[in-house]
Design a protein around this ligand. Structure first.
Ligand SMILES: *Cc1c(COP(=O)(O)O)cnc(C)c1O
Length: 355
């Protein structure tokens, strides 16, 4: 085994997608699978599509190009607001995008007409999380303007929650979204195709039967990738939490004290860590570090092991109470949170293997 290695379990991803898709279907909601946590890894997109998602949501053009180059031609939704300098490629590669700025939609309109294509737009509304989205009092006027642009199809409206502000989706904030959608429909005289009610964090409200009627699309990454909801990070019913496992290799293992010896300044990253005195412990160093993974978002699969800290290239573990006695060359397994997954996927030093 070449290490560090991130193992991607295709069948678990497909089954997780299926579980989420089936539940959403019962509530009249279609699922778009979000692959940005895996840098648009084509096999992850394939697994989600096999699990029944309606299309792929990606935040970055380069990730979608990777998916397209692998021969996957499912409908694609651009999640991050397009920047002006990429609108041409966005129209070329994506069927639709989330948007909040009229200037950008006008630029998309020009490129769509030039390419003789129609580009779908979902207008984002900020219902309180304070990331992207039109303020509600601007929505009607903007929708009317967008509906008149050539090459653009106003497909619906949407919102995003729990990302920047940590605001939990509710009957009240998603109810406002539906109310605005109905006003647009009245104004335009035809129904909107999508009312997009957020991401993984909307699943608990939906499962409680409290999702406002009318919401018919969710954009789901985490619940499929990690099998967790994103409000308290508890396991999501019907999914597994082990679609990804990170393997790293022990490069030193020795019995040493738990508290450094000598006068202490800053550590390698400008912090001043505190140390718990555990006496003499068996310490293992494995070949992964802050350059590869968000260490705080990582956990050892063996509950008897403990992460003590890390530098750029080293992760230091307390293996005193490990299941088995650890030696140089042993492989240690870790599970990852969203941030750790994202960074491991992004690190060129971590090999990825789909099984
Ligand atoms: C990342 C993202 C999602 C998916 O979020 P998860 O919490 O992984 O389900 C959905 N919508 C937008 C706009 C995003 O940026």
């Amino acid at each position: 085994m070449n290490t560090p290695l991130l193992e991607v379990r295709y069948d678990i991803l497909a089954a997780n997608a299926r579980a989420v898709v089936d539940l959403c279907k019962k509530c009249g909601v279609e699922v778009w699978g979000v692959t940005k946590g895996c840098c648009g890894m084509p096999d992850v997109a394939r697994a989600m599509l096999e699990g029944g998602v309606a299309g792929i949501g990606e935040s970055r053009l380069a990730n979608l190009q990777r998916i397209r180059n692998a021969g996957i031609h499912a409908p694609a939704l651009m999640l991050r607001l397009p920047h002006l300098s990429e609108v041409r490629a966005v129209v070329e590669y994506f069927d639709m995008s989330l948007n909040s700025e009229l200037v950008t939609i006008e630029a998309l309109s020009r490129e769509a007409q030039r390419l003789e294509k129609r580009h779908g737009v979902i207008l984002m509304v900020d219902v309180g999380d304070l990331r992207e989205g039109l303020w509600p009092d601007r929505v009607l006027e903007t929708a009317l303007r967008v509906s008149r642009l050539g090459g653009i199809e106003l497909l619906g409206i949407g919102t995003n929650l729990s990302c920047y502000g940590g605001v939990i989706p509710s009957e009240s904030n998603l109810g406002l979204l539906v109310q605005l959608a109905r006003q647009i429909e009245e104004l335009l005289g035809h129904p909107l195709r999508f009312i997009s009610g957020g991401n993984t964090s909307t699943l608990p409200l939906m499962a409680q039967g409290r999702l406002p009627a009318g919401i018919n699309m969710l954009r789901i990454g985490e619940a499929i990738l990690l099998g967790t909801e994103s409000i308290n990070r508890t396991p999501w019913p019907g999914t597994r939490q082990d679609a990804f496992v990170l393997h790293a290799e022990v490069i030193e293992c020795a019995t040493k004290p738990s508290v450094p010896i000598g006068e202490r300044g800053q550590d390698g990253f400008g912090g001043r860590p505190a140390f718990e005195d555990r006496g003499l412990i068996r310490r293992a160093i494995v070949n992964i570090g802050r350059q590869d993974v968000l260490v705080e978002n990582l956990a050892c699969l063996d509950p008897g092991m403990d992460i003590l800290g890390a530098s750029s290239d080293h992760l230091i573990l307390d293996v005193t109470h490990a299941d088995e006695r650890i030696h140089v060359g042993d492989i240690i397994d870790f599970k990852l949170g969203y941030g750790a997954l994202l960074q491991a996927m992004t690190s060129p030093y971590v090999e990825k293997r789909v099984v």
